[in-house]
Design a protein around this ligand. Structure first.
Ligand SMILES: [Zn+2]
Length: 287
């Protein structure tokens, strides 16, 4: 029976990642960033984990079926309780575990717009932030200041970048797709121009020793963010003049203007066609 059901789901083209087999195969891997600070990969957005005398501070929580695996992975680092989970933005690959964690009494914290979007999408009370903020928020935990700064309209309208002050580590959420084309969620309040501003602003606030956890892609540093910045700026300088000439999206695509980047950057969440469609249209709409 199971096999037939699975096959018919595939036949309908509805093979979402939500099959038991897929979740079973996911491995949550901690990667040490500094003493007591880790990035963890699994399926979905990269997690950030701070451990120490005050307990565990977790950034993002991937998908609901992975919660127990994530908790088990954290237990290998610390036997302490999770004090807070911080959502960098509302997307399901970063907030899918919220309800499970909220049910365990863990406090969820995020920007006001994350709260609004999760609430509007029908997330239950347990999965919603109990604390939300409008601009900047600082946690005084584990011997350091952990500051979340909101940037309006970048990947979404609720993005936060988290600075682990003193450790010189930042988590950029999905304002940074390392080694891939970024996703600008225009319907979720994001904008291409705002994304460029966040990347530029962040570069100005870090130094060569800063470690950067991106929302997706491998752990990196300022040099990695500089490359991402330069690629995005170059893409802007290629697409903007075409938009200013008034070409339609199809006409712009026919020029194949991002060909030099498609091979290296078009294999992530954004394929080349979807990426140029979103970004070109957003540039045109905001000329
Ligand atoms: Zn996202």
């Amino acid at each position: 029976m199971k096999k037939i059901a699975f096959a018919s789901i595939l036949a309908l083209g509805l093979a979402a990642p939500a099959t038991a087999q897929d979740w079973d195969a996911v491995e949550i891997k901690p990667i040490k960033v500094r003493d007591n600070l880790y990035m963890m990969t699994g399926q979905g957005g990269n997690l950030g984990v701070s451990i120490g005398e005050d307990g565990v501070f977790l950034i993002d929580d991937q998908y609901a079926p992975l919660t127990e695996k994530i908790l088990a992975a954290i237990k290998t680092l610390s036997s302490d309780e999770i004090q807070f989970v911080f959502n960098t933005h509302y997307h399901g690959d970063h907030t899918g575990g919220n309800e499970n964690l909220g049910n365990k009494g863990i406090d969820i914290v995020a920007h006001d717009n994350v709260y609004k979007r999760l609430k509007d999408s029908g997330t239950t009370k347990e999965g919603l932030p109990v604390i939300s903020f409008n601009d900047q928020l600082t946690f005084h935990l584990n011997g350091m200041d952990i500051s979340a700064r909101h940037y309006k309209s970048a990947h979404t309208d609720g993005d936060s970048i988290v600075y682990f002050q003193g450790a010189n580590v930042i988590h950029m959420g999905d304002t940074f797709f390392n080694e891939a084309y970024p996703y600008v969620d225009v319907d979720g309040g994001g904008s291409w121009k705002g994304l460029l501003l966040v990347v530029k602003s962040t570069l100005n606030q870090i130094n060569d020793d800063t470690k950067i956890i991106p929302g997706h892609g491998p752990l990196t540093d300022k040099a990695g963010l500089q490359i991402y910045h330069d690629v995005l700026m170059d893409i802007d300088s290629i697409l903007r003049p075409i938009a200013e000439r008034g070409l339609s999206l199809d006409e712009a695509k026919s020029l194949n203007p991002l060909e030099k980047y498609d091979g290296d950057y078009g294999n992530g969440f954004m394929d080349p066609d979807t990426f140029i469609s979103i970004v070109y249209q957003n540039i045109k709409d905001n000329l």
